[in-house]
Design a binder for this molecule. Structure first.
Ligand code: HEC
Ligand code: HEC
Ligand code: HEC
Ligand code: HEC
Length: 223
């Protein structure tokens, strides 16, 4: 009963917020016309999961963030799943008493930090067969959403901003589930739970950001 109340109130306030933006002219009538039914419908369904938006996979971000995607692919994060396959990173595995011949892509402990949203809604699931494995491709590796948050809700907002070319505030992005970048996000994986982490070196956020995150392109629409 209580859960349902929260859902109804949240859904109404999302619709209300949209209507307000529309009235204030922040969203052009044409764009709003195109989008209102869709946005309202998805607001209603996605609000149930508002606390935990669904993961959509890095490929979904590519069409609008080509530069970041290309650069990310070349980082270690973009190849983190391959590392778990037998024969790869053998030196590092031997050094840390892991078995270079073992297929760690089947080991849930490892997969948890080397994929997107493991075990969470829309996130990576252990594939039962070849067909399922193909579907999981976009969720392999440490992807966009490991750092930026599950995209299920904010992807619609980004699309609306792209089409309307309006200015936006970061608060809006955060409210839709985009995570504010800070060391704590990195530390969910860069911790002593990683079998290969060098425990003698404290995590230096600025240095690690420079070394391990995709190249940045300036934002244009941000207020
Ligand atoms: C979901 C888990 C996860 C998150 C979150 C994460 N990383 Fe990583 N990171 C990894 C994994 C796994 C690797 C190793 C990839 C490989 O080589 O297979 C890695 C590798 C790296 C490397 C290269 C190896 C090294 O130690 O120099 C850097 C640098 C790095 N990450 C920085 C960051 C920064 C900065 C953040 C936060 C903005 C971050 N990572 C967030 C899992 C994560
Ligand atoms: C808590 C998150 C976490 C877990 C669990 C985890 N990893 Fe990683 N893995 C990382 C991070 C972060 C890095 C990069 C920095 C480091 O070495 O800690 C990494 C790097 C690696 C590397 C590359 C090291 C190198 O220098 O090339 C290998 C190999 C690796 N992991 C294998 C595994 C295997 C096998 C498992 C399961 C037994 C596993 N990882 C479990 C987070 C994790
Ligand atoms: C390891 C964490 C990590 C991963 C993985 C990651 N990002 Fe980022 N991203 C960041 C950080 C950190 C910033 C900079 C935030 C800041 O300091 O303002 C950033 C900034 C951005 C920005 C703002 C503009 C810019 O370039 O700075 C966009 C857009 C973006 N990322 C998209 C993506 C997309 C798309 C992917 C996947 C292809 C991705 N990111 C993967 C950490 C990550
Ligand atoms: C339909 C196009 C589109 C898609 C798909 C899309 N974005 Fe965006 N995104 C945008 C636009 C437009 C902006 C605003 C850019 C600007 O201000 O220049 C933006 C801004 C961002 C920013 C900076 C603001 C923030 O929230 O921190 C990040 C990070 C980001 N996107 C990540 C992602 C990720 C991750 C995905 C995939 C889950 C994704 N985007 C999917 C169009 C898109």
């Amino acid at each position: 009963m209580k859960g349902r109340m929260v859902f109804v109130v949240a859904a109404l306030s999302l619709v209300g917020a949209y209507a307000l933006l529309f009235r204030e002219g922040a969203i052009p009538a044409a764009a709003a016309g195109d989008h209102l039914p869709l946005t309202v419908a998805s607001a209603a369904t996605s609000t149930v999961l508002a606390a935990e938006a669904e993961f959509v996979g890095s490929a979904k971000c590519k069409k609008c963030h080509l530069a970041e995607h290309k650069s990310w692919e070349a980082t270690r994060h973009g190849k983190a799943f391959d590392t778990l396959k037998p024969g790869n990173a053998s030196e590092a595995k031997t050094k840390h008493k892991l078995d270079p011949a073992k297929d760690y892509t089947k080991d849930a402990t490892c997969v948890a930090c080397h994929t997107v949203g493991f075990g969470k809604p829309g996130g990576y699931q252990m594939p039962a067969d070849e067909e399922a494995a193909k579907k999981m491709k976009a969720l392999e590796n440490v992807g966009c959403e490991n750092c930026h948050g599950a995209g299920g809700n904010y992807i619609n907002l980004h699309e609306e901003i792209m089409k309307s070319k309006r200015k936006y505030k970061m608060e809006e992005m955060y409210a839709a589930g985009s995570l504010k970048q800070e060391a704590a996000i990195c530390l969910t994986c860069h911790s002593e739970k990683s079998p290969t982490v060098d425990k003698t070196v404290p995590f230096d956020y600025e240095k690690m950001k420079e070394k391990g995150v995709h190249e940045h392109t300036p934002l244009k629409q941000k207020e």
